[in-house]
Design a binder for this molecule. Sequence first.
Ligand code: FES
Length: 441
Amino acid sequence: MDWVALIAGSLLLLFCLAQLALWTSQSMGRQLSERSYWQLQQQLLSAKIAAIQTQSSSALAPAQSVATETAHSETTVAWRGWRTFQIKKLVRETASTTSVYLTPQDGLDLPDYRPGQFLTLKAILPNQTAPQIRCYSLSSAPQKSYYRITVKDIHGQASDSGGVSHCINWHWAVGDTIELKAPGGDFYLELSQREPAILLAGGVGITPLMSMIESVLQRGDRRDLLLFYGVRNSGEHIFRDRLKELASQHANFNVLNCYSHPGSQDVAGRDYHIQGRVSLELLKRALPSPDFDFYLCGPGAFMAGLHQQLTDWGVPVGRIHYEAFGPATVVPTPHPIQQEPIVRSSDNGSASTRVQFARTGKTIDWNGQHDNLLEASLAAGVPLSSGCRAGQCGACQTKLLRGDVHYPGAQPMDVAAGHCLPCIAVPRENSVGDEEIVLDA
Ligand code: FES
């Protein structure tokens, strides 16, 4: 009996070992084939980039990497609410763009953030009493002692119309203090991944991508990064020297500069590689296939155009990552969203939901003409504060006095009880169909 049990046990053990060996060899085979696929993609990518750069000039061709290993840890520790920061340094990047280095007044170490995320900032402009809230992408790799943002003056130097970006460029001084919320946002590069990333920037949209580039290279990662950077000419070429320096130091980082209107002093090969815009035709020339992850940031037309062209080329929407804060950078209908029912006009043409603004005494019909309650309220002349317009900074948070809302396109961050975020909220239809929303605005 003992012999039978011993033989049966041995056979069972042998069977288990055979299964384990089979699973291990299949898993290793899968990993090896995935690795060789990406190695092949990287070789093809490098050859294509080299060909394009050679056509222009060898001035910006990459040299041997001298990356240094830097300790890095991702933490989620941050602060809640506002924290006071001081302007430590201001660096003019172009005639209308300034980098601002911000250090915490309490002197404590700063939490890491994910490269691509943004800061929410509260500033009081000269001759104003109400604070203005804006969101700006962090433009460097995470540092323990400072955050850096890079801001373009969208109002123009000669303008006296004010505006936060204008104030930052022309009125802020070293030593000034401002209030910041902790970094946030869903647009970031996952540093644990190793697949090549294709970065597409237009104008000041380079800022979150610069943070991605510096983060990968500062860690000494060998992940391939290819940046297509579109600007008008060298006068608007933000981080020109820094990008050129990084490309010369890191073999895994390449840049293709596209000038739509080169100036008389701009030299092909030295300043730019392509005369024209970042386009699908250029991407097809430079990439061996659409089988990459794409990260986009730039003006609205740049984003919307490239997003459409990439999807037409066959890039799955899940592999197209984009900055979505601010009205200028939102891509229309980028993802198929599972929509909950949105209140629409009833069959007889009359609206079934009314939105009341208690403070201003205004009332509007919610008829589906607007994407969210913030748009509807601004169109009605009800002034609501806003920052990110993506449900992430809390600037638009408003007390909901009656009724209910829902968030069909994005999940809000923290929302205080009894409040809502109008920038991403729409009225929730009740079972009867009639509803009334009352906002404390
Ligand atoms: S504007 Fe940022 S959460 Fe609404």
